[in-house]
Design a protein around this ligand. Structure first.
Ligand code: ADP
Ligand code: ADP
Ligand code: MG
Length: 463
């Protein structure tokens, strides 16, 4: 892992405004940088692992996220009271809220991420599309600005060509997305999507994109210090269910070196155009046949799947984002960033894959974690831990690294065999079945591959 510089850095006390595995990850990065960690927690999370690991901990409020991890005013006040000089938002919750970033800075602390203005520009998908077009980065053919009157929406959809995808400008986590095949469906779905987006994200603005069939999801990890921007190569996250990532790799199985260079450079150009600070990801759809890529969105935060890029390049992305936020320059230049071998992450969710992925919160009665070179398990579990039912079902991420993609899949299979989480149902059997699947081994998949595979009962056949 790289040595993010600590000498010039001003952060001494870091407030962690998140929970779960990412809170643990941030705590560990703080420790490595010699920074005191102050962990926020809800009443339902008093015994979570990050509370035990952090130097200090502060209760924010009741279990409901709206009254704890989403209560920006409360979090800022508590961070200030605890003498924090910076706030790390993790992912989800307030990580992409420009208002939260601004409130943190207005209270005299640093926000570990870009400024509120940059979040507003790049975190809003309509604005980010415009920024991409301005920077010469190809986008999916789609609507202009946010959708207004239905007549105009219908006209734009006909020009784009059905089927179209209706998306929320503030959407995330695969939610708020609808596909319309024709005028009638669009008339029906657009108002539904709008009220859903308003309720889920507090912003009902919508836009449309042409549906790119059988595309791969490929994204580029970038790091910026407000002046320089570097990329840490690409990840492929095509194995998805309900537009949520299930299995992620670094790098992408089928990308040629020429396209990889072009793609990564486009991400750097776009991030540089907004003088990006922090860790960020530019997401694209990629069509194998034409080798064309289309920008879809930017996530202005650390992502769930960042560990595969860390394993690929040896860079500690979380330490790096904290250190640039403290005012240090990036500790690495582009020509020092090399890719080695191949890394894969699988998301271990407390869900029963044999029962339509029904959430399965419960008590961890036994825990055995695989060890070994090139194996990493990012999680927040311990024996006796009761997983609260109020939040995301992600409980851990198993990450493997090996010399080649096939060796990594082999290592994943072995590591999954050594992962025992007793007392819960998890998505581990799904990953084992995928690791043994011939199409997965050959890299023959795209974003619409996994759902039909599940519908065909492939999972139960392999049990
Ligand atoms: P990644 O791109 O890092 O894989 P995801 O899109 O899966 O991230 O989202 C990471 C987490 O953040 C998930 O728990 C997801 O539910 C949550 N999330 C992402 N964006 C939003 C948003 N706009 N509003 C609420 N939750 C979000
Ligand atoms: P979110 O913010 O919820 O992550 P994204 O815009 O990143 O939303 O899209 C999530 C997923 O939906 C993508 O990874 C891809 O599988 C699918 N998707 C998004 N846009 C399109 C499109 N225009 N055509 C086909 N699939 C798409
Ligand atoms: Mg996305």
């Amino acid at each position: 892992m790289s040595n993010a510089k600590t000498d010039s850095q001003m952060i001494k006390r870091l407030f962690i405004a998140n929970r779960g595995e990412i809170a643990v990850r941030i705590c560990k990065a703080a420790k490595k940088l010699g920074i005191t960690s102050i962990q926020a927690y809800s009443e339902a999370d008093a015994d979570m692992l990050a509370v035990r690991l952090a130097d200090e901990a502060v209760c924010v409020g009741p279990a409901q996220a709206a009254q704890s991890y989403l209560d920006g005013d409360k979090l800022v006040a508590l961070a200030k009271e605890a003498g924090a000089d910076a706030v790390h938002p993790g992912y989800g919750f307030l990580a992409e809220s420009p208002d939260f970033a601004r409130a943190v800075e207005a209270a005299g602390m640093r926000f570990v991420g870009p400024s509120g203005d940059v979040i507003e520009r790049m975190g809003n998908k309509i604005a980010a599309r415009e920024a991409a077009i301005a920077a010469g980065v190809p986008v999916v053919p789609g609507s202009v600005g946010s959708l207004a009157h239905i007549d105009d929406t219908l006209e734009q959809a006909r020009a784009i060509g059905y089927p179209v995808m209706i998306k929320a400008a503030a959407g995330g986590g695969g939610r708020g997305i609808r596909i319309a095949e024709n005028d009638d469906e669009l008339r029906l779905l657009a108002p539904q999507a709008q009220s859903e987006a308003q309720a889920a994200f507090g912003d009902g603005s919508l836009y449309m994109e042409k549906v790119i069939r059988n595309a791969r999801h490929i994204e580029v990890q970038i790091l910026g210090d407000g002046e320089s921007v570097v990329h840490c190569y690409e990840r492929e996250c095509s194995l998805q269910r309900r537009r949520q990532k299930v299995w992620e790799e670094a790098g992408a199985a089928t990308l040629s070196d020429a396209v990889r260079d072009h793609l990564c450079q486009s991400a750097v150009d776009l991030a540089r155009a907004v003088a990006y600070r922090g860790a960020g990801t530019l997401e694209y759809l990629y069509d194998d046949a034409s080798e064309a890529f289309y920008f879809i969105e930017m996530n202005t935060r650390i992502q769930v799947e960042h560990p595969v890029s860390e394993m690929l390049t040896g860079i500690d992305l979380v330490a790096e984002m904290i250190s640039v936020c403290g005012g240090a320059p990036l500790s690495i230049s582009q020509d020092e960033i090399r890719r080695h071998g191949h890394a894969i992450e699988v998301r271990i969710n407390a869900e029963d894959p044999m029962m339509q992925f029904m959430p399965f919160p419960g008590k961890v009665t036994g825990l055995s974690i695989p060890q070994g070179e090139g194996i990493r398990f990012d999680h927040f579990l311990y024996e006796g831990y009761q997983i609260p039912p109020f939040y995301d079902s992600l409980i851990g991420k198993l990450i493997v690294h090996a010399d080649s993609r096939l060796a990594a899949i082999q290592k994943l299979e072995e590591a999954l065999g050594g992962l025992e989480i007793e007392g819960l149902k998890t998505t581990s059997p799904l990953h084992l079945a995928l690791a043994q699947d011939e199409d997965v081994k050959a890299g023959r998949f795209h974003t619409q591959w996994l759902e039909p595979w599940l519908d065909a009962g492939k999972l139960s056949q392999t049990q």
